[in-house]
Design a protein around this ligand. Structure first.
Ligand code: GDP
Length: 615
């Protein structure tokens, strides 16, 4: 073990021993601390420190390093007039973030600039990413086999740029909600012939919220109908005013199809990148952000962007509830690394479980310490197979309980990767309704998991009379024949919106049979509060009609897009009081069942469901 590794271990041990911080007149701690740590953290003057030592009998030298009993510590804090709170963490990275992990910063390098391409579907994001990937000829031998790992690095005029190549908006949002900052820069692609669309606006809002700069690329300029002036005009309403007329947004235009304007765009990216501080200390504890997680022949693969420090093969890692040891690291060109530097996008082998996108991985040179850490934090090793069997059993049980319900379509969904699974689950939460409402349950998801369709899936599709829907998943020939023979309805989708269009069609086809809806109230979300126990609370104002605490369902709209429907109200309050309803212009707070994703500006509509006779 070298000197630096020893230093990291001693820093980590120190960090684990004294997790305490004093902020806003409150002492936060997660473990009991010594008297000396307590007085130092509270920054007590000599007189108060002496007073405390007097209260605890024994010689000062002997007691100063003794770990305090929690009751004694709390009594002391009360006497001193300080608030206190014991913090419990689910994830190691949250703890590191909260208490701060003081590390000596020593060796700085310039990391790659991290860029995410966003924009509306079909405006040319994938084509642009492909063109850029192929532009990087010096770095990429022609014909070399590549693998899709969620991102790739290019060298452009000696500048390293990592492009993130993941499903886009939802993932970005997931990461943001977990406090992870993923990108330095957003390239917003807008098709010159179409103009701004809902996902264009969504991308702008993400960028603004995360304070990430935007470069606009107006694509499809080869089309006669392309109208860049119109797009600039539309985007100026979102404060994206071109530098050409004194604004601060760089606009580039071109055609991905004809490979025009790409060099100019890359130049603009590099120039903007020069304004961003890319210096990073490679001697910090290695930290990486998970951007995808999937299973292939070799086992569980985890795609990450290295954020801090150098990550090495054979290093022990902790991520969420698992520990592992890195067996191999490679990139999209299948280049193997023994050690990777910050800013790189690589795929790791060595974790035994898929991890959610947005998780943070920490690497340590000492696996014994990591194993101990895992024990401390109640992390547990588990295997995917056991877990998925359990999930399946539970799903079948749920199904059997749910058979009394009237109108429903059962679905088994399989997806290609963990990131797709997360995106789908997130979007689907809007389709799921509360268990108690038997009249309205229409789509019943028996199982949502990743991987190809297997015999188990067919078996549960037969038991539960389910359709099987897949997203980006190959169909094995034998299984395909069995699906046909068994008469199971099966569809594969490559585009997320097509998948949701299909679900919408399924829903409406059932609904149209006997139900129709009438809007009774509309409200706007003015503020969002997050409560650790209650979930997200939306502070709203009624804009039309009224919203009542009854069985009528709520729909949440964002940019004219439904992001949650058939939602049931969990709680309705005006200030601190529970209320039965809110009327025109009244402000109120609302919590919904199965929906946690409010944003300021969302619109809530309440529907009254009418039967055919009432129409
Ligand atoms: P994404 O959904 O934003 O990733 O869009 P894609 O990259 O898949 O592109 C959508 C469609 O637009 C495809 O049929 C592309 O061939 C086409 N396309 C992409 N760039 C251009 C362009 O510069 N000009 C024209 N005419 N078509 C383009």
């Amino acid at each position: 073990m070298n000197k630096l590794e020893k230093l990291k271990i001693s820093q980590l041990k120190k960090f684990l021993a004294s997790q305490v911080v004093f902020r806003d007149q409150t002492l936060y701690y997660s473990h009991n601390v010594s008297l000396e740590t307590l007085t130092k953290t509270l920054n007590l003057d000599h007189q108060k420190t002496e007073l405390i030592y007097q209260k605890i009998s024994g010689s000062k030298e002997r007691i100063k390093n003794t770990i305090l009993n929690e009751n004694i510590m709390q009594n002391l804090l009360l006497e001193l007039g300080f608030d206190f709170e014991k913090k419990e963490f689910k994830h190691f990275y949250e703890q590191v973030q909260f208490f701060g992990f003081a590390q000596k910063e020593t060796k700085f390098i310039n990391r790659s600039l991290i860029v995410t391409v966003m924009g509306h579907v079909d405006h040319g994001k994938t084509t642009l990413l492909d063109v850029i990937r192929n532009t990087d000829v010096a770095h990429r031998e022609h014909g070399k086999i590549t693998q899709k790992i969620g991102g790739y690095e290019v060298n452009f005029k000696k500048n390293k740029i990592t492009f993130i190549d993941t499903p886009g908006h939802e993932i970005f949002q997931d990461m943001r909600s977990q406090g992870a900052q993923i990108t330095d820069l957003i390239v917003l692609v807008v098709a010159g012939n179409e103009g701004i669309k809902p996902q264009t606006i969504e991308a702008i809002q993400h960028a603004k919220r995360t304070k990430v700069p935007i470069i606009v690329f107006i694509n499809k300029m080869d089309l006669a109908t392309a109208n860049p002036q119109n797009i600039m005009q539309q985007l100026s309403h979102y404060d994206l005013i071109s530098t050409a007329i004194g604004g601060n947004t760089v606009y580039k235009m071109g055609s991905c199809l004809q490979k025009k304007g790409i060099q100019e765009l890359l130049n603009a990216i590099v120039l903007k990148g020069n304004e961003i501080n890319l210096k990073t200390d490679i001697n910090l504890l290695p930290k990486a952000l998970v951007i995808d997680s999937f299973l292939d022949k070799q086992g569980v693969k985890t795609s990450v962007i290295i954020q801090n420090g150098n990550l090495k093969v054979k290093e022990a890692v902790i991520v969420d509830d698992i520990v592992g040891k890195i067996k191999s690291i490679d990139d999209d060109l299948k280049t193997c690394f023994q050690i990777v530097t910050p800013g790189k996008c690589v795929v790791l082998l060595g974790l035994n479980k898929l991890v959610p996108v947005g998780s943070i991985i920490f690497g340590f040179p000492n696996d014994k310490l990591v194993a101990n850490l895992a024990k401390n934090f109640n992390y547990e090793k588990s295997t995917t197979t056991n877990k998925s069997k359990q999930v399946l059993l539970n799903s079948v049980k749920n199904f059997l309980q749910a058979t009394k319900q009237k109108q429903q379509i059962n679905l088994i969904v399989k997806v290609d990767s963990k990131s797709s699974e997360q995106v789908l689950k997130k979007r689907l939460s809007g389709f799921l309704v509360s268990e108690t409402d038997s009249e309205l349950i229409e789509l019943n998801f028996i199982q949502i998991s990743f991987g190809e369709i297997n015999l188990n899936d067919l078996q549960s599709a037969i038991i539960t009379k389910s359709q099987i829907l897949t997203f980006n998943v190959k169909l094995n020939k034998v299984i395909g024949k069995k699906i046909e023979a068994l008469g199971i309805i099966y569809h594969n989708f490559y585009l997320l919106y097509k998948f949701f269009e299909y679900l919408e069609d399924l829903q409406t086809s059932v609904k149209n049979q006997q139900l129709n809806e009438k809007i009774v109230g509309q409200a706007e979300v003015l503020k969002v509060f997050h409560h650790s126990k209650l979930g997200s609370i939306a502070g709203c104002i009624i804009r039309k009609g009224q919203i009542k605490l009854d069985n009528n369902k709520i729909q949440v709209m964002r940019q004219q897009t439904i992001i949650g429907k058939n939602l049931k109200i969990k709680s309705l309050k005006h200030e601190r009081d529970n209320i039965q309803g809110a009327v025109m212009n009244q402000e109120f707070g609302i919590i919904l069942f199965n929906f946690d994703d409010f944003q300021v500006g969302d619109e809530l509509c309440q529907f009254q469901v009418l039967s055919q006779d009432e129409k």
